[in-house]
Design a protein around this ligand. Structure first.
Ligand SMILES: Cc1cc2nc3c(=O)[nH]c(=O)nc-3n(C[C@H](O)[C@H](O)[C@H](O)COP(=O)(O)OP(=O)(O)OC[C@H]3O[C@@H](n4cnc5c(N)ncnc54)[C@H](O)[C@@H]3O)c2cc1C
Length: 413
């Protein structure tokens, strides 16, 4: 192999939404960190920082506050002051209100590309973190005392990065996870999420709408300039047809699913579509390596939780690394004990959210009789029973369970 061999404390595979956030979270620890990212942030093909809009939960907000990044992120985001949940073809709806929950906003919507700009700028200002991009991890070796990542650059050169801990943040189809010997269980929803933005006739007024239709859920979110971002779930069989409709036909079909609560839709922007897959890694760690973000769990976007859940992985692993740093003696952030601590910390939250999201898709996506009845009761019960509603709101805000320092808004150092 040609190229260099370099030593780090932590190597992060994947500099998307989660990998970049982890690098920034670790910055105050003053440790040696490298991020390896395959696709340049501004490239049209960048798969993480793209045109999707992401709803940031309150626990994600607290993390970014603790990392000193929130002022820049909030300036580029739109607050959600209410969530409106309805079911096409049924009367009644549920409404979760920020004021009722005693918070200023239930979350904030940000375009991934815009969030990427803020995170990347912060990363560019940190001399201590090496970013190798575009470069891809093509092989790894995991030994009891050290992990090694083989990095291939676009010119064909290869480097070896040695580290105490290798963190896989390379997304749902994680190659590094496979190299770690960890299997992911995958189930296809046979649905696609079609995303884009449009102009509603009426002011969306900081309300996020979620509507369950026969094909699947449809979310309409407030974004900048009075526009609304949409995430429309369509069946895999119908996706190509929907994607190739002209703008007028597309808006007419979308309007039919959503109704006229926001008046007439117009001026739809560029559309993109994503296959929807539930993926769950069977383990979270291997020797000197861990999974975070989508490499550990890929969710249906129905509950707008994938990134937020991944950020709680970031908070937990960053906390474990900070604890290892505070121990006397040599700093070793990749011990079996530490990995076990991380896995124990994250298992319950991940499993709960995977189940919650999957059952929401199935409950609201099914046409079968008993489930349809359940879904009606579920919607009603959801709105009428304050305990259920506030438990749901707490979880979607990411405030349930034992919290790492960053999730509580406490800086690491
Ligand atoms: C339509 C849609 C809407 C969503 N809305 C929300 C929402 O409202 N709220 C929310 O919380 N979540 C939402 N999500 C989920 C969220 O987008 C993901 O959870 C999040 O992008 C995961 O980030 P990640 O960094 O783990 O993975 P990714 O975004 O997949 O990033 C992985 C990165 O790793 C890089 N990479 C891959 N392989 C290698 C390699 N071998 N070497 C180096 N680099 C590599 C890739 O180029 C990429 O940049 C949504 C998802 C979809 C599909």
């Amino acid at each position: 192999m040609s190229g260099n061999s370099k030593n780090y404390d932590i190597v992060i595979a994947g500099g998307g939404m989660i990998g970049t956030s982890l690098a920034l979270a670790l910055a105050p620890l003053g440790i040696r960190v490298a991020v390896v990212e395959a696709v340049a942030r501004k490239a049209a093909t960048q798969p993480s920082f793209d045109d999707r809009s992401t709803a940031l939960s309150r626990s994600t907000q607290r993390m970014f506050e603790a990392m000193g990044l929130w002022a820049d992120i909030v300036a580029a985001s739109t607050p959600i002051r209410g969530i409106h949940v309805s079911d096409k073809g049924r009367f009644g709806f549920s409404h979760i209100d920020a004021e009722e929950q005693g918070v200023e906003a239930l979350g904030y919507v940000v375009i991934n590309r815009v969030l990427g700009g803020v995170l990347q700028e912060a990363l560019d200002n940190l001399q201590a973190i090496d970013v190798l991009c575009p470069a891809r991890i093509v092989d790894i070796e995991l030994a009891p005392d050290m992990a090694t990542a083989v990095v291939a650059h676009v010119d064909g050169e290869q480097d070896e990065l040695n580290c105490s801990l290798l963190v896989a943040a390379d997304g749902a189809n994680s190659a590094v996870r496979e190299m770690m010997g960890i299997t992911a269980q995958k189930s296809l929803y046979e649905q696609r999420a079609v995303i884009g933005n449009l102009l509603p006739e009426r002011d969306i007024d900081n309300i996020a709408y979620e509507r369950f239709t026969q094909q699947g859920p449809l979310a309409v979110l407030p974004v900048a300039d009075r526009r609304a971002g949409f995430v429309w779930t369509v069946s895999e069989d119908d996706a190509e047809r929907v994607m190739t409709l002209d703008d007028e036909q597309f808006l007419a079909e979308l309007q039919q699913e959503f109704g006229y609560r926001l008046g007439v839709f117009s001026r739809v922007g560029k559309r993109a579509s994503y296959p929807l897959v539930l993926s769950r890694a069977l383990r979270l760690t291997a020797t000197r390596s861990v999974l975070i973000g989508n490499s550990a769990h890929g969710l249906h976007p129905v509950s707008a939780q994938g990134f937020n859940l991944g950020m709680r992985d970031v908070a937990a692993i960053a906390d474990c690394i900070a604890e290892a740093k505070a121990l006397p003696g040599n700093f070793d952030p990749g011990t079996d004990n530490m990995l076990e601590q991380y896995a124990n910390w994250r298992r319950a939250d991940q499993q709960k959210l995977v189940r919650f999201t999957d059952s929401l898709v199935k409950l609201f996506g099914s046409e079968r009789g008993p489930l349809r009845t359940l879904r009606n009761i579920g919607m009603l019960g959801f709105d009428l029973v304050p305990g259920v509603r506030s438990a749901f709101a707490k979880h979607t805000m990411g405030l349930a369970g034992r919290l790492p320092r960053l999730s509580r808004g406490v800086p690491l150092e």
